[in-house]
Design a protein around this ligand. Structure first.
Ligand code: F3S
Length: 774
């Protein structure tokens, strides 16, 4: 147990490197000309460029068309990882044999904790069930100087907001809701583990310069409307793909009316519209939030920079800066929204929700209400929900359904405990779960009478509502709303209830109507630190620490570096499988029960391509060997690997669409995959393949897909020369059919000089490790 009084966060590592960033912004101005107006997102991003001149002038009409064209090589200030994705990130980092991480980093144990009966029971059980993973993460954190937040400390994004996010910071996080930190003016981007490792080893992290979507906020929120409603309404306008390739930059007079944590909620859910990230300009609410979270030292520096009238003001957009697209939202007229079911962009204003319930035949009864999570567990969120609970309790009401509360961090939990908010919830019958993801990530063992397959409606203040996400039941409809609306719905128990206009009958027969909720933005007596056991370990490396990985573990396995590319073209590859139709990252590396093996590459590889349809037969996960025998795809891949046969996969369009899941590239590589030959690739997955040493080739003529089949023997022609010349030249594949005939297929590639280096070295990490050693 660490005494709370002795806990001294490392101020230096938690302060953005402002002098360096300002110097870099000066350089950006020199390159682009001082009259060029920049958005806030551009200023922060470009101030993190490894080489501004090279990035901003190449491929951009000499700096005129940067957004959407430039290839930015960025040096982030910090990395945050959650427990599920940190495993593979650390295992990859360890192959580089470096003594410590190059930038400050943190690990947060939040995803593997169950929400069921309350924190006191759930937390110890979850720790027991995942002990070897937590022990591994803690020992690796200690060795390499990463701050380790143990199970129970809180959810990654809330903890980051309270401790690490800061105006002007650039951070990568191995979780898609990392943009939450944009509420405090940071550029924070969700990435896969291999990308996080780039930052951890001080290699530039590459990003195609995003376009900027300006969202101008006017007026101010009042009554029931909350920041959550702004992003719920925006998601309805933009749809789940509307933000792809964009950074959402909020601006306008309405910004000043929003609390810092409210801004974080809006940035958090920018992930739901596919945005690269979202962010807010510096505001006075940033100062009060930084001060109340014990970071006056950052507030002072940021305030000085933000009040500068010079063109080197890093924390505000230039007057007149141009956005690629712009949307205006009037906060004064915004009404609460409810989004769902099954997709976060199905947005319905509260006033017409009861009609939508009827016309869509959605369930009439609310089966559970859940508030909190990384999206909505701020002090203000909880105090506003508490206000409603107090109103209802005074009228003699209890929630009509199960009501769960997830505090986002120990700091929030302890402060709400001190201020009697938690006891208000508990007295009303609410169940306070551990400070962790719990039901939001499916770690919810329901104990009510809903069985798998029962259609039912839950209301949550979470951010995602895909089928089966919360309780594994594909018929559970998760309606996303603000914590205030979720709380009110939990009391009414009916989905057609409108708390602004409708009444609930009290036990004494009176009619009760909620008044609009109110609640303090920040605690009057400051935040509590809470249980000292939940404080992080120090960020100082301890090189003698032994990283704990049991050789008999089925959940963790150390990684062996992949072999380098041979010094000649590839010969004797065999087509393992010819895929027809969609092939997403889920098809290549399924989630669900396989998530347990995220830290064990051999075990998780047993799911490789199990969702892929066979082009010859239409069967899913049925592969044919040369002798006609059949097996699952991973079994055939393993068999060939054991026989020393390397292979390729042939596929159609947009191979690898979906998430940035690095396992979808790592697993084929591990099982002996060398080439993926497709009609086209999803961009992120194509990059991931190259990073792991797999060569992505596209058919020069899409019809040639018909000329190649499973078990054909393939050689490359020109590939080695392309790799040696840094990406110049063409590659052909020579296909030898079973009858001995040969077909030559022309292909295209997008290999850059750096990526050729990755493939020659065997993987990007091999190359980085080699560079660090020399
Ligand atoms: Fe955790 Fe759900 Fe947020 S899984 S990080 S609480 S989106």
């Amino acid at each position: 147990t660490k005494p709370a009084a002795s806990y001294k966060p490392d101020i230096e590592s938690r302060t953005p490197p402002y002098p360096k960033l300002l110097k870099r912004l000066h350089e950006v101005r020199r390159v682009l000309g001082s009259s060029r107006q920049l958005t806030l997102a551009e200023k922060i991003l470009y101030s993190h460029l490894d080489n501004p001149e090279e990035a901003l002038l190449s491929n951009t009409d000499n700096g005129l068309n940067i957004r959407g064209n430039a290839n930015l090589k960025l040096k982030p200030d910090r990395v945050a990882m959650q427990d599920a994705s940190a495993q593979m990130a650390l295992l990859q980092f360890m192959t580089c044999n470096l003594p410590s991480t190059a930038v400050p980093a943190s690990i947060h144990c939040d995803h593997m904790i169950v929400g069921e009966r309350g924190a006191d029971v759930d937390l110890p059980e979850s720790i027991k069930g995942n002990k070897e993973v937590f022990d591994f993460l803690e020992s690796a954190a200690k060795k390499y100087g990463i701050e380790f937040w143990p199970p129970g400390a809180g959810i990654i994004h809330q903890t980051v907001l309270e401790n690490y996010a800061a105006p002007g910071l650039m951070m990568l996080g191995t979780d898609s809701h990392t943009p939450n930190a944009g509420g405090l003016g940071a550029i924070a981007i969700g990435v896969g583990g291999a990308d996080a490792v780039d930052a951890l080893v001080d290699a530039p992290w590459e990003l195609k310069a995003p376009k900027i979507l300006g969202v101008r906020l006017e007026g101010q929120l009042s009554g029931w409307a909350s920041p959550k409603d702004v992003i719920l309404a925006l998601a309805g306008k933009l749809t789940v793909r509307g933000g792809t390739g964009y950074i959402i930059e909020y601006h306008g007079p309405g910004v000043d009316s929003l609390s810092c944590t409210g801004m974080a909620t809006m940035c958090n859910m920018g992930a739901e519209v596919g945005a690269t990230t979202s962010l807010f300009p510096f505001s006075t609410r940033h100062i009060s939030y930084l001060e109340s979270t014990h970071r006056r030292y950052i507030a002072l520096q940021a305030q000085t920079i933000a009040s500068s009238s010079s063109i080197h003001n890093l924390l505000r957009a230039d007057e007149g800066a141009h956005y690629d697209e712009e949307i205006t939202i009037d906060l004064s007229t915004l009404e609460p929204h409810i989004n769902g079911p099954f997709t976060p962009d199905l947005s319905t204003p509260l006033s017409v929700f009861s009609k939508a319930v009827k016309s869509n035949n959605w369930p009439e009864t609310v089966s559970a209400g859940l508030i909190g999570s990384c999206t909505n567990s701020s002090y203000q969120d909880m105090r506003r929900a508490e206000d409603l609970v107090k109103q209802a309790s005074a009228a003699g009401l209890k929630p009509a359904t199960d009501f769960f509360i997830t505090p986002g961090s120990e700091q929030i939990r302890a402060t709400l405990d001190r201020d009697s908010t938690l006891s208000t919830f508990e007295d009303a019958g609410g169940i306070v779960l551990a400070n962790a993801c719990g039901p939001c990530i499916g770690q919810w063992k329901r104990t009510d009478n809903i069985s798998k397959g029962d259609s039912n409606a839950i209301f949550t203040s979470y951010n995602r509502n895909f089928r089966g996400r919360n309780d594994g039941n594909p018929e559970t409809m998760n309606f996303l709303a603000s914590p205030e609306i979720v709380t009110a719905m939990s009391y009414a128990g009916t989905t057609s209830f409108n708390p602004l206009t409708d009444t609930i009958t009290t036990p004494s027969g009176d009619l009760f109507r909620f008044s609009p909720p109110g609640g303090a933005e920040l605690p009057e007596f400051g935040f509590e630190t809470g249980n000292p056991d939940f404080l992080p370990t120090s960020g100082a490396p301890s090189p003698s620490t032994q990283v704990v990985v049991s050789p008999t573990s089925d959940r963790l396995a150390l990684l062996e570096p992949f072999a380098p590319f041979p010094d000649h073209d590839l010969h004797g590859l065999k087509v393992l499988y010819k895929v027809t139709g969609k092939c997403t990252t889920d098809t290549i590396s399924a989630a669900g029960p396989w998530l347990k093996y995220k830290g064990h590459l051999p075990n998780i590889s047993a799911n490789t391509l199990i969702g892929a349809a066979n082009a010859a037969t239409g069967e899913v996960n049925v592969a044919y060997d040369v002798d006609g025998s059949t097996s699952g795809i991973p079994e055939l891949a393993q068999k060939w690997k054991d026989q020393g046969i390397e292979w390729l996969v042939v596929a159609e369009d947009n191979y690898g669409e979906g998430s940035a899941r690095e396992h979808a590239a790592l697993q084929p590589r591990f099982l002996g995959g060398r080439v993926i030959l497709a009609k086209s690739f999803a961009r992120i997955h194509e990059t991931n393949l190259k990073k792991q040493g797999v060569v992505p080739l596209t058919f020069a003529n899409g019809e040639d897909y018909e000329k190649i089949n499973a078990c054909d023997e393939v050689s490359t022609e020109g590939l080695y020369d392309v790799l040696k010349s840094g990406g110049k030249g063409e590659v052909k594949v020579v296909v030898k059919k079973k009858d001995g005939s040969e077909v030559v297929i022309k292909t295209k590639h997008t290999l850059s000089e750096d990526q050729c280096g990755f493939i020659l070295a065997g993987s990007a990490l091999n190359l980085l490790a080699k560079m660090k050693r020399t």
